[in-house]
Design a protein around this ligand. Structure first.
Ligand SMILES: CC(C)(COP(=O)(O)OP(=O)(O)OC[C@H]1O[C@@H](n2cnc3c(N)ncnc32)[C@H](O)[C@@H]1OP(=O)(O)O)[C@@H](O)C(=O)NCCC(=O)NCCS
Length: 230
């Protein structure tokens, strides 16, 4: 079994990205404290990627890129104007500039005004979901063992347990860069101690470090977040 994840630190603000560890950051883009940060003018890479979004989603996208570039500037100790984030052939974000001595892997997830960012020196995936009213669970996303475990829960518990499973799988597929081209039901997730989650992919335990976290925001919003490093 891999050890519990000690390599990802959730940070509380952009400046804390200067820390040497692998970091994750959950932002509420409507928080007035981020108002100045999201006004960063987009660069060429930001504008190119923004065109892949519909008009309604474009502004949020540009806000997320502004936050990500500032996290990277803090992390790398360079001016934000010199930071460029492109997209690789799979659709994953990648640091295009500046050139760095060690590789930096990036991952992003967004739900409404909330966005999560991860920067790591190993392949990483991050995913968030907002815990809302219970909905029917899409059984085909579950491994048979997960489906059996969820059957034993009440409606609210099943919904939350599904979101936990789903965020871990999405984060894992982002770390692999396959996205949802992979079949989610081939992967089984299993809670370990504390925040740890084990990932079993087509029957084999994956040497990944996966963690699940729950955040409360704006009094009554619960956000489930998963990070997976390979
Ligand atoms: C990646 C994916 C799981 C994202 O999930 P989502 O719930 O829609 O959205 P999220 O907000 O959590 O994540 C969006 C981010 O995922 C990232 N992303 C997209 N494709 C990715 C990939 N293959 N690997 C890693 N990250 C990816 C992008 O950074 C995107 O943010 P950006 O547009 O701001 O750069 C999903 O959109 C997907 O699978 N996309 C790839 C398409 C694909 O593979 N299709 C199958 C073809 S057969």
């Amino acid at each position: 079994m891999p050890p519990p994840d000690e390599t990802i630190s959730w940070i509380g603000g952009i400046d804390a990205a200067a820390a040497p560890q692998n970091i994750a950051y959950l932002a509420d883009l409507d928080d007035p404290a981020l108002r100045a940060a999201i006004q960063l003018p987009p660069n060429m890479e930001d504008r190119a990627r923004a065109m892949t979004y519909g008009e309604a989603a474009r502004e949020r996208f540009l806000s997320r890129r502004a936050v990500l570039r500032q996290l990277l500037a803090a992390r790398l100790g360079c001016p934000v104007e010199s930071v460029a984030v492109g997209t690789d052939d799979f659709g994953a974000p990648r640091l295009s500039a500046p050139l760095t001595r060690v590789p930096h892997f990036l991952s992003i997830s967004a739900r409404g005004a909330f966005a999560a960012f991860a920067i790591a020196e190993r392949p990483i995936g991050i995913d968030i979901e907002i815990l809302g009213e219970p909905e029917p669970v899409p059984q085909d996303a579950l491994h048979a063992d997960e489906a059996a475990r969820l059957m034993a829960l009440n409606e609210a518990g099943r919904h939350e347990a599904f979101l936990e499973i789903w965020t871990v799988k999405e984060a894992y597929f982002k770390a692999l860069r396959t996205g949802l081209a992979r079949e989610p039901n081939e992967v089984k997730t299993q809670r370990g101690p504390d925040a740890t989650v084990y990932i079993i992919d087509r029957g084999a335990q994956v040497a990944a470090q996966a963690t699940l976290h729950k955040f409360r925001r704006r009094v009554s919003t619960t956000i489930i977040a998963a990070c997976v490093t390979l």
